[in-house]
Design a protein around this ligand. Structure first.
Ligand code: G6P
Length: 607
């Protein structure tokens, strides 16, 4: 969602801001803007649509200076037009603000300020911030910011500049991601480190309630009450190449191809001598020993990994797993206690609903295990135990390596837990480990020869509707496959548990309806096959996704995508990679904006 970047130093701010905003494009946006100190006056430039529009506008004006803030907006309050685009300015022109999050009490503040005669120019919730700053301002910038943020309900990451202080940027954060970063004679604010990796690797993630004051040569951190805090900078090992395409046409393709290496990394970190060794989980051994039930809660694709994880954990560990979508879980009053650990899965670690689910679980005494990809993110910091997925920055909105590493973490978790519970013998654990070890090479081979799948993508690029069907681990794959196709190619699709088809959905199957039938789980092949036949009998065009071991069971005349054999429990992984390829080429054939699909945001930081 919205992206923030700010620069203060001895170089021109505009190129740094534009470069930073370009790096943040992946978060999803519909307009962009910057504000720069120019001869002690703040100049603002904004534009609807892509960054290129903003760049064109700036080329024709003289926006230059050494201090500035920039923003990419993903509209929540008010249409995505120039009027609502950030930065927003107070009526007297003194304060200019960029914001990510939602000010929940904006209407009350707006009404009160209007009664005092303040005129608003946008439909946004954000505009109340500069207006309130101007209203309370008594010459003390920090105190005014502190007073204002204490009045705001909801979530905010704020970058603030004030005409009276051309040597300062103020940053503040509550429940929306924001970092401050240190360079040589220059400092930055950003939604995440990927925005400024070209300039620095040293940063701090602000805590909720923190306020930071940045000058070119210093960063001072304060808590809510303006008590000065220690600045514990961390240095990321990420390289700027991690946020570049490196020769690939799209980030999505690059990230798909990074999957084998990332999975190998996790395998090597956690499997030693055919045993799964996870020191992070050793620390919560008591919780696992005594657990009654596990909840696995997330959004989007991360939620789909929990479905695949559930099948494996229940089978291997004989413990109940209940999965839920975070936005549902947080409002349904689930039964939680210290014996019901909650696994929160999140690539970004900043998804608003997942954070709310985490906090609710903790409030009710449930221990939280985070499966997270971003160090220092909210879910990373607030979980009782973190399983770090080490996928590196994921730029394409549609997750691929993020999904694969989360799924791998579920497999490792299940094996670790089964080992400690003794529900699976040592020999079987060794067998599962060897299956896990072989997975990356199988994915590599799948990604290196995509012709068959590409041909299906070409054949079906004009489809209006897809059905993805499967049972058990195959159903988990169907859910993720359906989402992949929807999000990047905008073709409607649905995932169904194959056995449920007859209870209504089969009425939608007509001649030529494309149905992708997942049958890589060998134990359930016969069942899956008979469901495929049922839809064929009604005219569907079926493509079976099948293990090489069952390939011959597919009757002549049926289309198929044949996968290398994998033990049933882990078959979702290969099926999903095959469908990432399928979705990617459909979107490519249809000329879609693969890395930045319309209306979507990478990191959904509002409810
Ligand atoms: C967005 C992304 C999805 C992702 C979901 C959850 O919808 O486009 O790819 O699965 O958010 O994000 P998280 O960062 O919590 O995994």
């Amino acid at each position: 969602m919205c992206g923030i970047v700010g620069y203060i130093g001895y170089n021109q701010a505009t190129p740094v801001l534009l470069n930073g905003l370009a790096r943040l494009e992946y978060r999803g946006y519909d307009s962009a803007g910057i504000a720069i100190f120019n001869d002690d006056k703040i100049k603002v430039a904004k534009s609807e649509g892509k960054l290129a529009n903003l760049k064109n506008k700036i080329e024709n004006s003289d926006v230059s200076g050494f201090v500035g803030i920039g923003h990419t907006r993903w509209a929540t309050h008010g249409e995505p037009n120039e009027r609502n685009c950030h930065p927003h300015t107070s009526e007297n022109g003194k304060f200019v603000v960029v914001h990510n999050g939602i000010i929940e009490n904006y209407d009350v503040i707006k009404r009160q300020l209007r009664e005092k005669g303040v005129k608003f120019t946008s439909d946004t919730d954000t505009e109340v911030v500069p207006q309130l700053l101007a209203y309370y301002y008594d010459g003390d910038l920090l105190k005014t910011v502190s007073k204002v943020v204490n009045e705001l309900a909801g979530s905010y990451a704020l970058g603030i500049i004030c005409e009276d202080y051309p040597d300062k940027i103020i940053a503040a954060r509550k429940s929306s991601p924001l970092i401050v970063a240190k360079g040589e004679g220059e400092n930055f604010i950003a939604s995440d480190i990927s925005a400024i990796l070209d300039y620095t690797k040293t940063y701090i993630t602000l805590d909720d309630g923190d306020i930071a004051e940045l000058k070119a040569d210093s960063i001072t951190l304060y808590d809510k009450e303006l008590n000065e805090k220690e600045t514990d900078f961390i240095v990321t090992d990420l390289d700027v190449s991690a946020v570049m395409k490196n020769g690939y046409d799209h980030f999505m393709l690059k990230e798909m191809n990074e999957q084998p290496e990332k999975l190998r990394g996790l395998y090597n970190d956690y499997v030693k001598d055919n045993k799964v060794v996870v020191p992070e989980l050793d620390k919560i051994a008591d919780v696992l020993d005594n657990c009654e039930k596990i909840y696995a809660v997330a959004c989007g694709s991360a939620y789909h990994t929990s479905i695949a994880g559930k099948y494996v954990i229940e089978k291997l560990c004989r413990v109940n797993v209940e999965t839920d979508i975070a936005s549902e879980f947080r409002y349904r009053d689930p039964i939680l206690n210290e014996r019901t650990p909650v696994i929160i899965i999140s690539q970004s670690g900043e998804t608003a609903d997942s954070i709310a689910a985490l906090r609710m679980a903790k409030e009710q005494g449930a221990p939280v295990i985070g499966i997270v990809n971003v160090v220092g993110s909210t879910i990373y910091r607030e979980s009782d135990c973190v399983l770090y997925t080490k996928a590196g920055p994921e730029i394409a909105v549609a997750t691929t390596k993020g999904y694969a590493t989360q799924l791998m973490m579920f497999y490792l978790f299940a094996l670790y837990f089964a080992q400690s519970k003794g529900t699976v013998s040592e020999e079987e654990i060794a067998k599962y480990c060897s299956e896990l070890e072989m997975l990356p090479a199988k994915i590599e081979r799948l990604l290196s020869d995509t012709k068959t799948i590409e041909a299906f993508s070409e054949k079906y690029k004009g489809a209006n509707n897809f059905f993805f069907i499967g049972r058990n681990t195959d159903y988990a794959a169907a859910m993720e496959a359906s989402l992949k196709v929807k999000e990047i190619s905008y073709i409607n699709s649905d995932a169904y548990a194959s056995g449920e088809l007859k209870h209504g959905t089969i009425a939608l199957i007509d001649k030529g309806t494309p149905v992708i039938s997942f049958c890589a789980n060998k134990k359930l092949f016969d069942k899956a096959w008979s469901n495929a036949e049922e839809v064929v009998a009604r005219g569907a065009d079926v493509v079976c996704v099948v293990s090489e071991k069952d390939e011959d069971k597919i009757q002549q005349g049926y289309e198929k995508i044949v996968l290398e054999d994998v033990i049933d429990e882990f078959s979702t992984m290969l099926e999903v990679v095959a469908m990432q390829i399928f979705a990617y080429y459909i979107a490519k054939n249809n000329g879609c904006d693969i890395d930045k699909p319309k209306n979507l945001a990478k990191s959904v930081t509002v409810e």
